[in-house]
Design a protein around this ligand. Structure first.
Ligand SMILES: NC(=O)c1ccc[n+]([C@@H]2O[C@H](COP(=O)([O-])OP(=O)(O)OC[C@H]3O[C@@H](n4cnc5c(N)ncnc54)[C@H](OP(=O)(O)O)[C@@H]3O)[C@@H](O)[C@H]2O)c1
Length: 216
């Protein structure tokens, strides 16, 4: 058993989540960001990769007025516990739970900061096993999971066929091939191997486009 997984993407028109230098914070506009907070409020947990945690130092809390009491558990996939004990996530762990999924024994500095460090099996790629991570979260009663990136983590979830819904906010800008892809490698050689999704809706969201998909 695994949680129901929603993948949220905030990209340029050409599917990029950041410039080559890693700049990403304001690709989509205010309306899309507010919807992003509403999505957090309707999921039990929010997950990012350590690449995102290091690049953006996000808080991953719900900051939309009226929804502040609906805080999801915050989860970081971090094989080698590179999360800084002084990061916003670790520093706020006392107010709302933060889980680090790692392949190592818990690092004392993170545990002291109040982060729950869970040792997960090592996957074939030498990183946190996605399958074991998902069953571990489900066993903790986390039934719905919002995956907020970055590209490598999104690719892993899609490769494992573990995405039930996609919420895609697309801004009307182009970042080109140098930009970082919103979805990493899917190891697809033939079209027949590609997973298809059904579009549920497509609507304007401020200056951006909000597309919603579910797995077929
Ligand atoms: N526009 C947006 O909405 C948005 C959203 C999120 C991120 N971003 C941008 O995306 C960039 C970061 O993306 P990224 O692709 O470099 O990093 P990422 O996907 O956030 O994190 C990747 C890292 O997660 C760890 N990991 C552990 N287990 C994994 C597994 N099973 N599968 C995949 N990763 C696993 C790996 O590091 P270890 O081996 O050390 O564990 C891996 O290198 C930043 O520039 C950020 O600003 C943009």
């Amino acid at each position: 058993m695994r949680p129901r997984v929603t993948l949220k993407l905030a990209t340029s028109l050409d599917g990029r989540i950041a410039t080559a230098s890693g700049e990403s914070q304001w690709i989509t506009g205010e309306a899309a960001r507010a919807e992003g907070h509403r999505l957090r409020a309707t999921h039990d947990a929010v997950l990012v990769g350590i690449g995102t945690a290091l690049a953006d130092d996000p808080l991953l809390t719900v900051r939309e007025p009226g929804l502040e009491d609906r805080q999801p558990v915050r989860v970081v996939m971090d094989s080698r516990q590179r999360l800084d004990p002084d990061s916003k996530l670790a520093r706020s762990a006392g107010e709302s739970p933060v889980i680090v999924l790692t392949i190592q024994l818990p690092a004392p500095a993170l545990v002291r900061a109040g982060v729950e460090v869970i040792q997960i099996h090592t996957g074939r790629d030498g990183r946190v096993s996605l399958r074991h991570a998902l069953t571990t979260l489900r066993d903790r009663g986390l039934i719905s999971l919002l995956v907020e990136g970055g590209g490598e983590v999104a690719g892993s979830f899609l490769r494992a066929d573990a995405v039930d819904r996609i919420e895609w906010f697309r801004a009307p800008i182009l970042l080109g091939a140098e930009g970082r892809p919103g979805i990493g490698s899917l190891a697809i050689d033939e079209l027949g191997q590609a997973r298809r999704f059904r579009r549920l809706a497509a609507e304007p969201c401020g200056d951006d486009l909000w597309e919603r998909y579910e797995r077929l």
